[in-house]
Design a protein around this ligand. Structure first.
Ligand code: SAH
Length: 465
């Protein structure tokens, strides 16, 4: 994991004073998750480059996660963290260049205030939202940004692009500002859940964003993502940035999966409306048994358990983390036996046939199909409609036509969405499934049904013929 900062301001070696790191030395700084090395590949009068290389120790990284929810997957050991410039690089940068980031330089007191010709290179940066988003975040800050998507595998160009970019920034910027831009925007582009999010993150964001974040055109996206989509924190931060309440509520009307935390919303959140719509259909059908395919953190399962008419309820997901959350939400370990005996919770992938999916009156695929690669969707159809073959399948998915209504949305509604469909696309898919597997389908809107754009969520109710 590498970051280089170069300047051509003469004498370029002043960069060493500004960074408080001697150009002639290689230095190491221990981090809780690895080691940060600082060295200068070049240090001349005309051009000087400082490099920050971060070596991640994946084992230590896992161990320092502390009390975050248990995760037993291999993914926490085998992942991109050692190689890609993620939030960990931002943490190391903040630590190693603390004085520089604060704009202090005892040896050359006037220097931090001066904008310098800088070039910054990050050879591999995870970038949810693609190269366009990287440019949209850095260019308003005075950088000329070049972001090139890296191929998934150079040997197989047909596989397409990865979610990593090579980012180069050029500009006349104060070094402290440059470091603060990186400190905030690297985790924003990475958009992985950071294990270090705590309440003082709001303060850190406000401090690092001083002088540039409040006016940034992507202020809302930056704030939401930096705070790991924790709505309550994002709301607090935006309120401080905007110093008002009204447009903050607007900005946070969540186009994504999360519900605003503890919000006294006058409008019912979309995910509540979705659950109500699904429950309504289950009532109409008169279902006694139901399986929630891709149950996520188990919100719908909690509602299902409250309905005595449902004598058999199952929830399944490919993510063990989601299942751990669901078990926690439902209080599985302290559930009364009468309730516990109605519920099954298990891990499975919907693209592989599994006997455990069969034998239910109804199956729910709520906001799941859009998380499955288009090339794997046929497998899911086979597994659900071909093999499990419940009497009814309730499918919900975003209506992409409605996305223009979400002012702060750039791209799709969730970073993991592989596609979002128009009403016509969803209808065509549903018809093809019906033809292939012997179902009929009826469509229903969920949420405010806009006369032109349609509803935010579209729902198809499939009935076996
Ligand atoms: N149904 C829930 C969660 C939607 S998020 C709700 O509406 O709130 C999508 C969920 O689908 C995630 O929990 C994800 O882990 C799961 N998922 C994605 N692909 C899957 C697959 N191939 N097999 C099983 N679950 C999958």
């Amino acid at each position: 994991m590498l970051l280089t900062i170069s300047t051509t301001a003469r004498p370029a070696t002043d960069l060493g004073y500004l960074l408080h790191k001697h150009p002639g030395r290689v230095q190491e700084f221990g981090q809780s998750f690895g080691t940060a090395h600082v060295f200068y590949p070049e240090a001349g009068e005309d051009r000087c480059t400082a490099a920050l290389m971060l070596e991640i120790d994946p084992i230590r990284l896992v161990r320092t996660r502390g009390k975050s929810s248990p995760d037993f997957s291999l993914g926490q050991y085998v992942n991109d963290r050692p190689y890609a410039a993620s939030s960990l690089l931002a943490v190391a940068l903040a630590d190693v260049f603390r004085t520089a980031r604060a704009g202090r330089c005892a040896a050359r007191p006037g220097l931090p205030a001066v904008p310098l010709p800088l070039s910054i290179t990050l050879p591999a940066l995870p970038c949810r939202g693609g190269p366009g988003l990287a440019r949209a975040l850095f260019e308003p800050l005075g950088w000329r940004a070049r972001a090139e998507a890296l191929p998934l595998d150079p040997a197989f160009p047909e596989w397409g692009e990865s979610r990593y970019v090579r980012l180069t920034l050029h500009g006349e910027v104060r070094l402290a500002d440059a470091l603060n831009h990186l400190y905030v925007l690297l985790p924003v582009l990475d958009d992985a859940k950071h294990y270090w999010i705590a309440h003082d993150e709001v303060d850190k964001l406000i401090r690092a964003g001083e002088g540039w974040l409040a006016e940034h055109p992507e202020r809302d996206l930056i704030t939401r993502r930096y705070l790991g989509r924790r709505w309550s924190l994002a709301r607090a931060a935006l309120a401080r940035l905007a110093e008002v309440g009204d447009d903050v509520e607007e900005a946070l009307e969540p186009p994504v999966e999360e519900e605003p935390e503890g919000a006294a919303e006058s409008r019912v959140p979309l995910n509540t409306l979705r659950r109500e719509a699904v429950l309504g259909v289950l009532d109409e059908i008169g279902a006694h048994s139901v399986i929630d395919l891709g149950c996520g953190s188990g919100r719908l399962l909690a509602d299902l358990l409250k309905r005595p008419a449902l004598t058999r309820i199952a929830g399944t997901d490919v993510s063990t983390r989601a299942l751990t959350m669901a078990a926690g939400r439902l209080g599985l370990d302290r559930m009364a036996e009468s309730r516990r005996s109605r519920l099954e919770l298990f891990q499975g992938a919907l693209t592989y046939t599994d006997d455990r999916y069969a034998g239910f009156d109804a199956a729910v695929l709520m906001e799941v199909i859009e998380h499955v690669d288009a090339s794997r969707l046929a497998a899911l159809e086979r597994v659900v409609f071909g093999a499990a073959r419940p009497g009814h399948v309730i499918v919900t998915t975003p209506n992409v036509e409605y996305n223009v209504r979400y002012e702060t949305l750039t791209g799709l509604r969730h970073p993991d969405h592989r596609f979002e469909w128009t009403r016509a696309e969803f209808a065509a898919w549903a018809d093809a499934v019906c033809d292939r597997y012997g179902y009929t389908v009826g469509h229903r809107p969920v949420g405010d049904d806009d006369p032109e754009l349609g509803p935010p969520t579209q729902m198809g109710v499939f009935t076996r013929v």
